[in-house]
Design a protein around this ligand. Structure first.
Ligand code: SF4
Length: 117
């Protein structure tokens, strides 16, 4: 079996082909231009991770942009969004303020990405 991926590590967007053996192990990877792309393919096929960006409600103000402080497992994105949607901040907030610490026990915090008064 072959899986086609687009490397998202840099804007070049190399097209990767990952071949799997019958037992599901990665057998061969082609299409990467640098080692980061090969590692991305391995990670994406074994334990895909993502940074989540969103907004959180603010008391008496516009929604505040937030993101995870580090990547989290891809399968937790929807649960992470539920946690963000249930949260509220009180203004003012500043870049780096923690809205949710250790979201879903991932080790990632939900942090503010813009100053709001
Ligand atoms: S393989 Fe390397 S050059 Fe190609 S998109 Fe990924 S990081 Fe960029």
């Amino acid at each position: 079996m072959t899986r086609n991926l687009t490397c998202i590590v840099c804007p070049r967007g190399c097209q990767l082909q990952v071949e799997f053996a019958a037992n599901g192990a990665i057998e061969n990877i082609e299409g990467f231009t640098c080692p980061r792309g090969k590692q991305y393919a391995i990670d994406e096929c074994t334990h895909p991770m993502r940074t989540v960006t969103s907004t959180v409600r603010a008391m008496g103000g516009e929604p505040v942009p937030v993101k995870t402080s580090r990547t989290i497992p891809k399968e937790l994105i929807f649960a992470c969004m539920d946690a963000i949607n249930a949260a509220t901040v009180t203004l003012p907030v500043h870049i780096g303020d923690v809205v949710i610490a250790n979201v879903l026990d991932t080790g990632a915090d939900i942090v503010v990405t813009a100053d709001r008064d």
